[in-house]
Write a protein that binds this ligand. Sequence first.
Ligand SMILES: C[S@@+](CC[C@H](N)C(=O)[O-])C[C@H]1O[C@@H](n2cnc3c(N)ncnc32)[C@H](O)[C@@H]1O
Length: 313
Amino acid sequence: MSLARDVKAGFAGRPRSLPPKYFYDALGSRLFEAIGQLPWYRITKAEKRLLRRAAPAVAGALTGPVRVVELGSGSGEKIALVIEALRARRKTTVVHVVDLSAAALADSLQRLAKIPGAKARGHHATYEKGLLEATHPPRGRGECLVLFLGSNIGNFDPHDAERFLASVRRRLRPGDALLLGVDLVKPERTLLEAYDDPLGLTAVFNRNVLLRLNRELGADFDLAAWEHRAVWNADLRRVEMHLVSLVRQRVAIPRAGVVADFAAGETIFTESSYKYELPDVESLALAAGFRRERQWIDGDARFALTLCRAIDI
Ligand SMILES: C[S@@+](CC[C@H](N)C(=O)[O-])C[C@H]1O[C@@H](n2cnc3c(N)ncnc32)[C@H](O)[C@@H]1O
């Protein structure tokens, strides 16, 4: 990953943009954990509820020994639920956690170390590179289970989501499994409260990326001159996060070779969170080379956890 290169590319377009993966420095990862505890951000709690219900069935559907890989594992709380269920069925498990955040990776490895018999390895890498490392060398007997949870898939545009899952599929063998967590479309007000919470934590999470650019690239963002904004784009079915310049200002980002002028009201686009309808989840999986095997739905929070199987491609 090159922060400088990505910032330069993102600032060359209009609106200017930053990839969401850069939210997760050590503070960003802590802030994300805190957001997960807010009553308005229901993804984390709903998915943990579903996993508690689903984990025994997921474990039962796999023939050991099992290699479990989580892409963007965060604190590792969710993968731990799956590993515990595999352990309860005495399935030998090799665990790989992949995350760009060193802080998140350390948390998940620490958590997994407490589970007897779970041999965990961390990959401080992008999803793609981490998956490559985790599935090499090719395995002998048993299946591979890839977890892609937290609706991380929602950060991809639909076309890229399909391309990404297809690239995951190509690293797997027919019969291997994917457990995919996807947030569903819900009323606008509920969505906006999740991404612009009344306590202001999501605003801090969003603005923290500017602090990161100041620290790592020598930028001179004045944080008081930037405001968080979340909007529901109904046509594209995504919540967008932006940073809004409150004044006319010039910002220098020396280590990215960027000097940027902003008008008052001009924005930096920091994240898309696409929301899905249930049939879209199945068609996305199928287009990428997976068939839906089982699905668990939290009707209250409108969140779906889907166990998929890699099909012949
Ligand atoms: C929204 S959090 C979700 C964490 C966890 N999966 C959960 O459901 O609670 C996204 C996590 O993925 C990591 N991440 C984001 N983009 C990534 C990328 N392109 N490659 C690797 N990790 C990434 C972040 O560092 C963060 O820990």
